[in-house]
Ligand binder design. Structure first.
Ligand code: SF4
Length: 163
């Protein structure tokens, strides 16, 4: 089954969040933080950005001239998830013969950007992650998390998990 960029991101953030999202228990539209993120996307780089969507792969800004996929993020707190989400997009583009692209994560609020490349080792790792995501998605119940994590406060599933 197809893996979306959001699912891959959640795999790194929290397996329970991945399961809830993949099983259509979605509260994201109610989250102020997600809304803030969307507003930021709409206001950042407004002259340059071109959004594209391919079966669950939603690219914030595709620079076709320089063959760069940009991801626009609010904070660098879940940097590993951002990094692998973008590497997954590079992998998806390569696998589907869309083209060989490089990546850039843009943090407009922090005035920071990070270049991202896809290596052969990354391809092996991503294929392993895809298998693991399928395992999590197909669990009969949401995986338990023993105690709240730092990230839970800002997660739209916080009430569901901890209240
Ligand atoms: S609130 Fe915490 S435990 Fe629950 S889904 Fe979100 S990140 Fe995971």
């Amino acid at each position: 089954m197809h893996i979306t960029g959001t699912q891959l991101n959640y795999f790194f953030v929290c397996k329970r969040k991945l399961w809830l999202f993949a099983n259509h228990i979605q509260c994201e539209q109610e989250s102020d933080l997600v809304l803030q993120g969307k507003i930021m996307h709409e206001n950042s780089y407004s002259y340059e950005k071109k959004e594209y969507e391919f079966e669950g792969i939603k690219v914030d800004w595709l620079d076709l001239n320089n063959k760069v996929i940009h991801e626009v993020k609010k904070s660098d707190k879940v940097e590993e998830a951002h990094l692998w989400q973008l590497k997954y997009y590079l992998y998806y583009f390569r696998k589907n013969n869309i083209g060989e692209f490089t990546g850039e994560i843009n943090y407009p609020k922090l005035r920071k950007k990070e270049q991202v490349m896809l290596t052969d080792d990354d391809v092996v790792y991503i294929e392993k992650i895809i298998d693991e995501i399928e395992v999590v998605k197909n669990l009969p119940f949401a995986p338990k998390v023993e105690k709240p994590m730092k990230i839970c406060k800002k997660c739209s599933y916080n009430d569901l998990c901890w209240v």
